[in-house]
Design a protein around this ligand. Structure first.
Ligand code: HPA
Length: 262
């Protein structure tokens, strides 16, 4: 089953039938919102808006562990993330899609791992008992390999879909994750550029790391909503980010539905 992690309302797609809404508890607390389980031509997908209803959680306060744990508990094996990013690489234009293949981590205050010792399970209706025991009693030091953090198979599928749809996209890109919620200074973006970052956003880490810790495949469609600080001459506003995501909404949904149908 596929998990879609993105904005709210992404499941409002013609032909996609909502099966149920699942509110879950996890050993890490509550996920950002209810999971929407949906069916498309016999194929299942689960949607979760990472910022919750009405965009109530800023990036540094999202309960990433609960969100990713919930997906795994529902039987998700692959997570497709949709996110808004700023463009750093001068080849990128606002509105482009980027299938990132690497990340840089500049987050500061978020829990970044499931491996923190022994947890108590407060969860009776768990459907994945074995999995829960395996990870929850993981009172050992674990260093997962993230040499190639993104799933190459998912990225290839997405590339084919973007080609078919005639959407302007880039097959590679290094995503720098900043802590937020403030945007970056021009100097920070210059530094990130020198370090090899192509795009900048605030949510990829720890989502991808946590998904990998639970052996889930992960790919990300990053939509360039703005040119990053100092790349653009203008001041950045949240409005331009929201506006661009709105403009790209139909294209994003087309890619999602084709990905589910694949
Ligand atoms: N910086 C960080 N996160 C973002 C940006 C940005 O410029 N645009 C959208 N998310």
């Amino acid at each position: 089953m596929i998990g879609i992690l993105g904005g709210s309302g992404l499941y409002e797609i013609d032909g996609l039938e909502i099966i149920e809404e699942r509110r879950l508890q996890t050993p890490f607390g509550e996920p950002s919102d209810a999971y929407i389980v949906a069916d498309y031509k016999g194929k299942r997908a689960v949607f979760l808006p990472r910022h919750g209803k009405g965009h109530k959680y800023p990036p540094h306060l999202i309960n990433y562990r609960a969100n990713i744990w919930g997906f795994r508990k529902l039987g998700v094996k692959k997570i497709l993330s949709v996110s808004a990013v700023g463009g750093i690489n001068p080849l990128l234009r606002a509105g482009d899609f980027v299938l990132s293949d690497q990340f840089l981590d500049f987050t500061k205050v978020r829990p970044v791992t499931f491996y923190e010792g022994v947890y108590t399970i407060h969860d009776d209706e768990d459907t994945n008992e074995d999995l829960v025991k395996e990870y929850i009693t993981g009172d050992r030091v674990v260093h997962i390999d993230v040499t190639q953090p993104f799933c190459p198979v998912m990225r290839n599928t997405l590339r084919n879909i973007l080609e078919e749809e005639g959407i302007r996209y880039h097959f590679k890109g290094t995503y720098a994750t900043t802590e937020g919620p403030r945007l970056e200074t021009a100097a920070e973006i210059k530094a990130l550029s020198r370090l090899g970052a192509d795009i900048v956003g605030m949510t990829l880490v720890p989502e991808i790391v946590l998904a990998r810790e639970l052996s889930m495949h992960f790919a990300s469609i990053n939509v360039i909503t703005n040119l990053a600080a100092g790349i653009s001459e203008d001041r950045l506003t949240s409005d331009e980010v929201i506006q661009m995501m709105k403009e790209k909404n139909e294209e994003i949904k087309k890619v999602i539905i084709k990905f589910i149908d694949n």
